[in-house]
Every structure is written in C-alpha cells, then in structure tokens.
Design a protein around this ligand. Structure first.
Ligand SMILES: [Zn+2]
Length: 210
C-alpha cells in the first residue's frame, strides 16, 4: 500500500512536528485541540485517501506526545511513500546533451523516499544539476551555481537557509551569458527536499528559468 508521494510525506512530517510542538509547548487544551483541527483540515486539503485504511495510517498523528512517538510515526508512514524513481546514467546524460561530460550523481548518497527532485553539484565546473519528473517525464535543468555567504529564502522550498544563485544561460547563447532570471536556491538540496512540501514551487522555479 503506497499512497504518499515524497512531497506529501514531507508535508505530513511538518504537520506531525506541529502537533508535537504544540503539545510540548502548551498546556492549554483548547490550543492543542485547535491545532489538531487545523492539522486535520490541512491534511484533508492536501491528501486524498482511497480507503479507511490509508486514513488509519495517519490517525496516530493526533496523539503525538513525545519525540519517540514522533519518530516511530514517521518511520511507519515512510513505508507508504513512493520513492523518487532513480534515473539511469544514460537518462541523465540525455537530459544535458550540451555537456560533453556530465558529472553523474552517486545515487547511493540519496534517500529516494526523502527527495522530490534530484540535485547535485559538479565542483569542477560549479554547475548545479536539477532532475525531476513532470507528469512522469524526466526533466533536467542545470546552471552555474554561485555560492553566497548569506542566508536567504529559497525559491524552491521557501525556507530560510544558506542559499546561492542558480544562473541558467539562455538557449542559443554561450555559457557565460546569463539570463537575469537566476534564482536563489538552497545550497543543501537534502534539507531543501525535506522542506519541500509543495512540489508546484519547484515546477514554478524551473519554468521561470527557461
Ligand atoms: Zn530550498
């Protein structure tokens, strides 16, 4: 029984943490209940359940009172997550025909149930690669990544984190001429993926770079 994609799983994690944080920080039953109702509403808005069994999997979220319970719950629901489909080396190479030598990612470094998109940096060329699925079709974008020392809001996941500028060159122009449409994105794509509970944000991000 698989019924959560990674984006939804990250969303449920956020909600679970919200429930626990409220419980540990507030003694007011009214507040605790109000948050439970809110979480219930957000879950209903975001997820569709095919049957009662799927709903029951998530039910313990409302009774989370300790960190241990939270961790057990998250471990449990991870069983129901559809992992990111690992692309082959050839599929990746085909996405970036202009790069004679694409630096391939080491897939062992990724927990496929934690990522909605695949990203890695080629330290030699400073190119950051982003690979994702759009309606089941594998797509990719890559650009020059400019590290910055500052913290900022990531355009993809919307969290405040260490970000850098991803600059993608326009079609037909040489590398070195960049559009001004570059955008800030987390340096660490692991934490970015974990914070990404709205996949449409990533789609908007890459659409903007085209
Ligand atoms: Zn991010």
């Amino acid at each position: 029984m698989i019924f959560l994609n990674v984006e939804q799983y990250q969303f449920v994690k956020k909600q679970a943490k919200k429930v626990l944080n409220t419980y540990t920080s507030s003694k007011d039953q009214n507040i605790i209940q109000a948050v439970q109702v809110l979480v219930q509403e957000e879950i209903n808005e975001k997820l569709t359940f095919r049957d009662i069994e799927e709903q029951l999997v998530l039910q313990p979220i409302f009774d989370l009172k300790t960190k241990e319970q939270l961790e057990l719950f998250l471990e449990k629901i991870k069983e129901f997550v559809e992992p990111f489909k690992s692309p082959t080396d050839n599929q990746i190479k085909k996405l970036f025909p202009k790069d004679k030598k694409v630096k391939l990612p080491n897939m062992e470094n990724f927990d496929l149930k934690e990522i909605s998109y695949l990203s890695w940096l080629d330290y030699g060329t400073n190119r950051k690669y982003i690979v994702y699925y759009e309606e089941g079709i594998l797509r990719g974008v890559r650009g020059e990544y400019r590290h910055s020392e500052k913290q900022g809001i990531c355009t993809v996941c919307n969290q405040h984190a260490k970000v850098g500028l991803l600059l993608v060159s326009k079609n037909g122009t040489q590398l070195g001429n960049y559009t001004k449409k570059g955008n800030y994105i987390c340096e660490n794509s692991d934490t970015c993926n974990k914070a990404l509970s709205e996949f449409s944000r990533l789609q908007n991000f890459v659409t903007n770079l085209r």
